[in-house]
Design a binder for this molecule. Structure first.
Ligand code: NDP
Ligand code: ZN
Length: 355
């Protein structure tokens, strides 16, 4: 364990891109000092989410560069501020997509911090930190992170950190809509897009007692799906003759949501979590929607901190873990290529000891 002076800026190193067309290269930087309510975590593993790719490549909006992505973070607490009560040095901890918010508005009080009504949600990277002079945030493709204790998730001793990391985004983003749509034994759930998020949606839905079908682009992962307990695996929407209570779309590319709305039961719901690039973001045809009346479409954005802790506890209790492939830090570019060319399986997780 390194020695840190908590009152000074914390030296950090990681991997960054300098602009949207850049490849990842080693990058040294500093993080803000450890405030009285902050903890300092040495990162053991960080998952690669497709949002990292969208962000690094400025696919949603112009990113803030240099950019160190990563919001699926698991590691060990190595220092704590004077008023920290939730953690002690040596504890395991996780960090997801947010590192701070106002804590006082209605949304924050309901632990929906991702919707802070004062607009003060501080996302883990590619965001201006309004609590620290608007400095840019840097994510988990790095050796450490300083975070307000309220935004760190407690991880019990002995938990497999390389499996915990992806739960902090892929896990909560799929757990949350399944709970919101009250999925239970006998529900019929479809999962569109079978990557990092899709795999977690499948696992949670099956644990909640649902009958689950997957919509993918090819049969590459059909065997994996069947092993997880998936009933039907579709590579085309033609001839699908079942109807769903809920379809979760994790698709990160252009598609027509109407194709999935048509497959819902009366009263069924389409939860959209996948966020295709801005230029190719799908529209919903209003006429088709009206003639498919009685169905609901909603978006879902990660989940609040309270629900994230609930999701983690649920996952560990039932041993619901992501399928992961551990990579070295110098393999991030290769992983991005695989994730955008249909050659990836589920979740790449960077071993930070290889920095
Ligand atoms: P992955 O790349 O791991 O998985 C995406 C999967 O979708 C791949 O298996 C891919 O298949 C498949 N796919 C792509 N296009 C289609 C299509 N037209 N029809 C069916 N399947 C398709 O990405 P993630 O799971 O990490 O992320 C998915 C999306 O969710 C991203 O847009 C991400 O930004 C977003 N996201 C949203 C969050 C939220 O809070 N709402 C939080 C986290 C992520 P193939 O292997 O063939 O390419
Ligand atoms: Zn993510």
């Amino acid at each position: 364990m390194q020695n840190y002076n908590l009152n000074e800026r914390i030296p950090a190193k990681g991997y960054a891109v300098a602009h949207k067309d850049d490849s990842f290269k080693p990058f040294s930087f500093t993080r803000h000092p450890v405030g009285e309510n902050d903890i300092l975590i040495e990162i053991a593993y960080a998952g690669i989410c497709h949002s990292d790719i969208h962000s690094a490549r400025s696919e949603w909006r112009e990113g803030i560069y240099p950019m160190v992505p990563g919001h699926e973070i698991a590691g060990r607490v190595v220092a704590i501020g004077s008023k920290v009560s939730k953690f002690k040095v040596g504890d395991l901890a996780g960090v997801g997509c947010m590192v701070n918010s106002c804590g006082e508005c209605e949304a924050c009080k309901k632990s929906q911090e991702q919707f802070c009504q004062r607009g003060q949600t501080v996302f883990t990277y590619d965001c201006k930190d309004c609590f620290h002079g608007d400095e840019p945030t840097y994510g988990g493709y790095s050796n450490n992170i300083v975070v307000s204790e309220k935004f760190a998730i407690k991880v019990p001793d002995g938990a497999p950190l390389e499996k915990v990391a992806p739960l902090l985004c892929a896990g909560i983003t799929t757990y949350s809509p399944l709970k919101f749509s009250k999925i239970k034994t006998g529900s019929k759930v479809g999962v569109a897009g079978f990557g990092g998020l899709g795999m977690m949606a499948v696992k949670y839905a099956i644990k909640m007692g649902a009958e689950v079908s997957v919509f993918a682009r090819n049969e590459n992962k059909k065997v994996d799906a069947k092993t997880m307990g998936v009933k039907n695996f579709y590579t085309t929407l033609n001839g699908v003759d079942e109807c769903f209570d809920l379809i979760i779309s994790t698709i990160p590319t252009p598609y027509d949501p109407m194709d999935y709305i048509q497959l819902l039961k009366y009263g069924g719901e389409l939860a959209i979590v996948g966020l295709p690039p801005r230029d190719v973001s799908p529209d919903i045809n209003i006429t088709s929607l009206v003639f498919n009346a009685g169905k609901k479409v909603y978006g879902s954005l990660i989940g609040g901190i309270k629900e994230t802790q609930e999701m983690l506890d649920f996952s560990l209790k039932h041993e619901i873990y992501p399928e992961t492939e551990i990579i070295r830090a110098d393999q991030i570019n290769e992983a991005y290529d695989k994730l955008t060319s249909g050659r990836a399986k589920f979740r790449y997780v960077i071993d930070m000891n290889t920095l």
